[in-house]
Write a protein that binds this ligand. Structure first.
Ligand SMILES: Cc1cc2nc3c(=O)[nH]c(=O)nc-3n(C[C@H](O)[C@H](O)[C@H](O)COP(=O)(O)OP(=O)(O)OC[C@H]3O[C@@H](n4cnc5c(N)ncnc54)[C@H](O)[C@@H]3O)c2cc1C
Length: 278
């Protein structure tokens, strides 16, 4: 092929009309749902599965999840040292009844919807256990029958299944989202998942299409460095990055510059902050 023809062919590959549809954000009506914890159990030594069901399932205004990427809820947890979430006052607001707590209000933490069963409106979250923190403490000690309050999910993202390659990079906090997404991808999907975990005992069984390679990144390996050693895959690539805010920053810009991907071809979010890194 002559130089001019080759340049023309390259231009043709970049024609946007052939590209997958850009990611779309879908918003849901916002709800605050009182929930009863049904089960709380270890998945691995560093993660706990908690399944909750609405105290009063509502056929008219159900707790809602559409299995979209990035759906998360805010779970109200007891203040550190307290045995349970105090009961709120319910006040009529623009979105219906809304809970209000006496100050200081109990903290809430964000957790991805790992599973949702529409008939019973039950929801599963997977909580990473770290040394301390109200969310981790709650997940460690909560018992079936406990009441909590769940805000959301308020939105999710619809990602095209027409990408040639899906790159997913996360630490344990992103694992519930990756696990759910892998179960939903078409069987023909191809890509690579990198998950940073603290030890081999934190590896989980994931159900994934055969074309999705899964790499567990263990200490002393560095997550960003491991990903950056990969060659750019051919074709249209979608990237999903979630983890500690400071450590994912270099990866985010590396992917843009080195792999030449645009913002709409990816999702990236700092899921927590390691204060020792600043
Ligand atoms: C959209 C979104 C979805 C998320 N989904 C999930 C999910 O499904 N599962 C999940 O486990 N987390 C998830 N997270 C992260 C989770 O919200 C945070 O890790 C949260 O701060 C944990 O709360 P905590 O009360 O246990 O600790 P905090 O009180 O927030 O923190 C206490 C101390 O622990 C450190 N710390 C906080 N988180 C971690 C961590 N993960 N590992 C090590 N040290 C930490 C902090 O730097 C701090 O020093 C998500 C976050 C976002 C933004």
């Amino acid at each position: 092929m002559g130089k001019k023809k080759a340049a023309f062919a390259q231009q043709e590959v970049q024609v946007r009309s052939e590209a997958p549809r850009p990611m779309r954000k879908i918003s849901y009506p916002l709800r605050f749902t009182p929930m009863t914890v049904e089960t709380a159990e270890d998945i691995t030594p560093t993660m706990r599965r908690v399944v909750m069901a609405p105290v009063r399932p509502s056929p008219r205004e159900p707790f809602e999840s559409q299995a979209l990427m990035g759906e998360y809820v805010r779970v109200v947890v007891p203040p550190t040292g307290a045995p349970e979430v105090p009961e709120p006052q319910w006040q009529e607001g623009t979105r219906g009844l809304w809970p209000v707590w006496q100050k200081p209000a109990p903290p809430s933490r964000k957790y991805t919807v790992r599973n949702y069963w529409s008939q019973t409106q039950r929801v599963e979250i997977n909580v990473t256990l770290h040394e301390k923190g109200p969310g981790s403490d709650w997940a460690r000690s909560v018992q079936p029958g406990a009441t909590t309050y769940v805000l959301g999910p308020k939105s999710g993202y619809r990602v095209s299944y027409d990408y040639d390659f899906y790159l997913m990079v996360c630490d344990q906090t992103g694992l519930p989202g990756v696990a759910r997404w892998l179960e939903q991808l078409p069987s023909t999907a191809g890509g690579h998942v990198f998950v940073k975990i603290p030890a081999e005992t934190s590896v989980q069984d994931l159900t994934a299409p055969p074309g999705m390679q899964i790499s567990w990144v263990l200490p002393p390996q560095d997550l960003a460095g491991t990903v950056m050693a990969s060659p750019r895959p051919a074709g249209y690539v979608f990237t999903w990055i979630a983890g500690e805010s400071t450590s994912i920053k270099p990866l985010r810009s590396w992917i843009r510059h080195e792999w030449g991907l645009s913002k709409s071809d990816g999702y990236s979010s700092g899921y927590w902050k390691d204060k020792s890194l600043r």
